[in-house]
Write a protein that binds this ligand. Sequence first.
Ligand code: PMP
Length: 366
Amino acid sequence: MSSRPPEVGAGAGAWPTPRPDLGLQEGYHSAQVPVAVRLNTNESPYPPPREWLEALMAEASDMSFNRYPDRSARALRLALGELHGVPMESVFAANGSNEVLQCLCLGYGGPGRRALMFEPTYALHAHIAHLTGTEVVRVRRDEGFRLGPREAAEAVRRESPSIVFLCSPNNPTGLSESRATVQAVLDAAEGALVVVDEAYGQFAPWSALEVLSDALPLVVVRTYSKTWAMAGLRLGYMVGPPAVVQVMERVALPYHLDSLKQAAGRLALRFSSQMEEHVAAIVAERERLVEALRGMPVEVWPSDANFVLWRPLAKPGAQVWQELVERSVLVRDMSTLPGMEGYLRTTVGAPGENGTFLAALAQVLA
Ligand code: PMP
């Protein structure tokens, strides 16, 4: 047996080889570069409220950490149910919305089944589907990255998926799906589960939560990572028919949500007015950012989210990305996604951060 493990994925001698279908899908991860202004992962620029932390610390001091957490996360799900006007049986929570997506794929995908997605979109939909042995079916959006109801419904009928992923607002384009498109997909989705990923839902003018019904195979996925300013906490959830939630409970690992996280997520909901103030501030900054970008030699997309997609016209995107890093500003280079060569995405930060970004970009493009 070799004395040292080989490079990941290489396989040598008696060293165990990973699943051959795994591939090395490393493309998604955003660069973690030490810079002063980080506008690359769509986090909130504002920390959660101090009072939230104090309430959490007070509860934590009374927790029995020698005991397993409440396996059904009852209090958290009740609170989330209250927020959305549904019973707790319609709510499933997990470690970030990525884990919710993974549970959905474990429950409804798997070998011999297909997941349909409309690209460019959030790369983890394909990645997680693939990891769970689900065949990934990619359909391209139109030139303007839009998805019309007719095209969407046709794709669903043609491909007979078990899962259809929509992302609204869509990452990385920032565009929301229309209600007509969501409805058309649902009408066409015979036997398929329709998943609307609303990681950025609070920034958008409408939500597929309005369409939910226990009689429809529709779930809406949300996260604490963006609007709730808790990306470090790793908490996300899904609202949908209890029949789907029961399947999620079968595929999630026992006690997957720790006691501290359950309390943190429940207590956060007490501070929804602060959260809404931050959303309003970010939306105002977003509009300022879009307006400023429109005055520069870049193509810019309108956004319903907390980020803006743009493409420099006179210089390659990768060069602009690099020159921004040299000025200590980190944005997201979207070039690893098919059809996104030269595209960059900027998270809306605090006003000072956005100002630094715009000034640096003006220099780079001058
Ligand atoms: N969905 C979308 C569309 C996202 O952009 C992200 C984060 N980049 C996630 C889900 C995952 O969020 P988290 O796992 O932090 O909840």
